[in-house]
Design a protein around this ligand. Sequence first.
Ligand code: V47
Length: 440
Amino acid sequence: MTALAASPNAHAPNRPSVSDRALEPLIDKVVAGQRLSLEDGALLYATGDLWGVLAMADFLRRRIHSDAAYYNINRHMNYSNVCALSCKFCEFYRKKDEPGAYTRDMDYIRQQAIGAVESGATEMHIVGGLHPYLPWDYYPELVRTIKAVAPDLHIKAFTAVEIVHLAKIAKKYKRDDRQSGIRWVLSELKAAGLGSLPGGGAEVFDDRVHDEAYKGKIRSDEWLDVHLVAHELGLNTNATILYGHIDQRRERLVHMEILRRAQDQALERLGYTGEDGFVEPGLPATASVTAPVITLSRLGAPKPTPAMAQGKAGYFQTITPLPFFPDGSEMEHLYGPSGLENLRTIAIARLMLDNFPHVKAFWIMQTLSMAQLMLEAGADDIDGTVVWYDITKVGGSTTHQETTVADLHRAIREAGFTPVERDTLYRRVEREGKDWRVVG
Ligand code: V47
């Protein structure tokens, strides 16, 4: 087999120590690079030894990433908040003629792209509501407009929910063959310059929660279809879980298990065995029908990330747990998860999603102070400079939610980690002012 070069995780942190002895068998598994079961996950949620759970996640995070903590220089942009859906958890959406509804034209989008380049951004993260009236052409035009003035800017855009909506408005959606419409949309957008898909819209993969909180939105099978097709087309994608509302902890674990299986399949499709790195796809070893369990947590396991430098892409890069923000939503009467629950959930995501290279503590939703703590609880990434963010507003802040590179560096260093600027595909970036280049 031709093993493609992939730098192994050679870091050997000390065995984590815990006060709850019931966690010891789980530590044995984690140290041996074995996969945790749903029952193990339930124990991680039930134990009173939260610090033990965090230490276990930190062990895994250091084994994969040593003391690197990733961030990027990015901009988030919402092209419209007009949405045909009315999800109960969402404070972002507006109906077409409601005060505060907006839809951006191409001049606005072009100016945003120019501004992003001038600020040295490497990525623009773009999402919007399911606009009932915008024509299909608007979307590839949006991507092309940005690329025309910012060819090096990576466009990470459109959640799976939007992609299915676009297949419908482009009249390519077939109920009995959903993937063909999704494939058409993603191929067109990729040809226009789309670089990857963000992880939004996953919420919690559970029909009960779906029907109570976001009925009308696509279910988990369609969300997964979009990501599978994106992977097949060579687009990397991210994943999220929006927790802490009417979901139960068990449902979160099932969500993680579903993502883990989808990632096994994606990595296998690329020829990643988890044993001896990447093998050329097509060889018999990669041809099994049921994907093998692939974990990155085994000492010396090759990392998938460098494969992208060799033109290999098509898997989940990161899981971003999103804590529910009740403010302004129809579920305002709920409390939302506590800081401790957020720490525990990020740690459990790291431990359960052993085949996801990255775990993101999105500082906008976690706060920068909590994101610092999370770097020691499984997270290795805190997202970027962001600038404008309209989906959630912590403590009633405005959409202007910006942090500087200096602040990100300070926060990462203070937490005892080494800041590493990355591009969207997690390649290292070197820069001088606003000029940057990927160094691998
Ligand atoms: O899709 C909406 C969620 C998502 C609320 O891929 C809410 O790198 C909490 O997906 N409380 C958008 N969450 C954000 C998102 C994201 C963010 C950063 C990085 C990446 C990535 C993805 O926010 C939505 C929805 O799932 N959301 N309302 C709320 N009230």
